[in-house]
Design a protein around this ligand. Structure first.
Ligand code: OGA
Ligand code: MN
Length: 293
């Protein structure tokens, strides 16, 4: 396997590995390390069936089963379908997933390590792919914060709420999402997360707050909390932290859900099909120990 860094703030391509076969321990560790270092890894031209994609994901941690989502591959409740394709008048996948800056699972007590998408159909127009996925580097965002703010927020937590992103999406023109029912809200109560956390692979601190889910800083006057979060959200959207992945069919894209945040660009039309298979890897292993072996 060869890892070729993009030369930008995030991103690398991993060549010379066929993910359809079980990973050797050496390749497993190289991928983990590269994930920490580059945040977004693309494995091009992969031919994986659903069992093989699930097995690859499972090497890195337990796979989340998204109870809120009706769209998954047959016999694979852990494999979501992200798609705008309709069959027999029905959507076959979630058609607006991730359209807004966020970090997957930050609203959950147990956080995610990585997301893995396998591109089945990529919308194209004029020979160019549409529906890119954008990322921002939260290691760099943390490092560049003013020292006074790092000290002020050290050890503090913020409340994250699944409903914040959902409500934002429902309010978008043309949304087909339904408002959450009180029962659905009750199933995903707000949780507190450290604002800064040590990345389990790199051992470095990251900014773990995102405009998609983060509501308020715990135990702080609401006005001050609002001002600081506004500052953090503007800071983390600085252009130098941005990296965009332009999809090709067959790409397996694995991204770090602790050290990056991401945003899906919905710039394609209903007759320009997009279809991604997706597994969410929860941070259930002791990555530092696995890397030390
Ligand atoms: C996700 C997500 C982005 C995309 O899968 O969590 O935000 O481009 N998807 O499909
Ligand atoms: Mn997402």
């Amino acid at each position: 396997m060869h890892i070729i860094p993009s030369g930008q703030t995030l991103g690398a391509q991993a060549n010379g590995i066929d993910l359809a076969h079980p990973l050797s321990d050496g390749d497993f560790r190289s991928i983990l390390r590269a994930l920490g270092e580059h945040g977004v890894l693309c494995f091009p031209q992969q031919m994986l069936d659903t069992d093989q994609l699930a097995a690859f994901g499972r090497r890195f941690g337990e796979l989340e089963i998204n109870v809120a989502n009706a769209y998954h591959e047959p016999n694979h409740p852990e494999m979501m379908i992200l798609s705008n394709i309709r069959k027999d008048g029905k959507q076959i996948g979630a058609n607006d997933a991730g359209q807004g800056w966020h970090t997957d699972m930050s609203y959950s007590h147990d956080i995610a390590l990585a997301n893995i998408l396998h591109a089945q159909h990529v919308p194209m127009r004029g020979g160019k792919p549409l529906g890119e996925t954008q990322f921002r580097n939260m290691h760099a965002a943390y490092e560049d914060l003013p020292d006074a703010l790092k000290h002020k927020l050290e050890g503090r937590t913020a409340t994250h709420d699944f409903a914040k992103f959902w409500d934002m999406m429902v309010a978008k023109p043309g949304s087909t999402r339904k408002p959450l029912t009180p029962e659905q809200r009750a199933k995903k109560p707000p949780v507190s997360q450290p604002i800064f956390r040590r990345h389990p692979i790199t051992g470095r601190m990251v900014l773990y707050a995102n405009v998609g889910y983060t509501m308020s800083i715990d135990g702080m006057d609401p006005q001050e909390s609002g001002e600081i979060l506004d500052f953090l959200f503007r800071h983390q959207e600085r252009a130098e932290y941005l990296y965009a992945h332009h999809w090709t069919v067959g790409d397996v894209l694995m991204w770090d859900n602790i050290g990056t945040m991401h945003n899906a660009i919905g710039d394609y039309l209903p007759d320009e099909p997009r279809y991604m298979r997706r597994v969410q890897v929860m941070a259930t292993l002791d990555y530092a120990r696995l890397l030390a072996q």
